[in-house]
Write a protein that binds this ligand. Sequence first.
Ligand code: TYM
Length: 333
Amino acid sequence: MTKRILSGMQPTGNLHLGNYLGALKNWVKMQDEAECYYCVVDLHAMTIPQDPEKLRLSVRETAAAYIASGIDVNKSTLFPQSAVSAHTELNWILATMTPLGWLNRMTQFKEKSAKNRDHELLGLYAYPVLMAADILVYQATHVPVGEDQKQHLELARDLAGAFNRAYNREYFTLPEPMIIGEATRVMSLRDGTKKMSKSDESDYSRINLTDDADTIALKFRKAKTDAEPLPETLAELEKRPEADNLVTIYAALSDKTRQDILSAHAGAQFSGFKKDLTELAVAKLAPIADTLRRLMGDVAEIDRMLAKGAEKANAVTQKHLREVKDIVGLWRA
Ligand code: TYM
């Protein structure tokens, strides 16, 4: 069976190092071994209020960030989620089969709605069902994501299984999560127990893909650490979340293991280690930021690439949607 990959990110002007190391970097690698579909999930972004013009611009910026990070539109299909209507149609069909109990278990909904009681919306609650539709409508075999998406992927597998059982056939492929690499969960630079996130109030908590060299240096310099030098073994990192996070970032950026990094830097003070880390991060991220800026200079070209991707995605998904409609007894033109 050919490998078919689907993944997506919410549109935001500044993707951060967590998005890059946890997901994007792995997406780029998959391009030569699988049929890849990468979308910008603007429908998911609507679960919190958005300014219409800013949302459209953010979709372009996010697509540009994918390309700047190495997604090649001649190898992968790149498109905005809302340009491919089969996602929302399958979403409804899956919603009719989703027990509320399954959604009640989702920790991300609990966290997000707890943060903002005014936004306990149906869309936010049903968010994981749309995500399942995103994946299943391609019959994706693998989904490369960071660790925080694991529970959503389990729901997608459960829904695929529920559909297959309800209609008594092995129609949907059960997608495998691909949570790989050293940095499946990059933590905040200010608090090693919190995930690096675009919604963190402090910009010092994250490195954005668009940060310039001085900003990256400043953020690493200010990053929280402890007083001890770097240890020799992974076991000694266990109760040192901030130290662990910087070692993890170093490892992922240099395509090495955390143990490799400890072996090379054991006994070093953080001041020196942070300087090396800054140099490494600037070398990896500056070309991405430069390309991103250049791409945003020609928005019409980005729109053309997205339109071409959407056309391909529509062709594949319409075929699957027709099959699903046949199975469940819906009308199709
Ligand atoms: P989103 O937009 O929050 O994040 C995009 C990707 O980045 C990963 N990620 C991280 N990885 C490591 N460390 C971090 N601190 C970190 N922060 C984010 C996420 O795991 C994700 O892979 N629900 C999804 C978007 C989505 C999707 C899909 C993904 C919608 N439909 C279908 C896969 C397949 C989300 O909000 O990701």
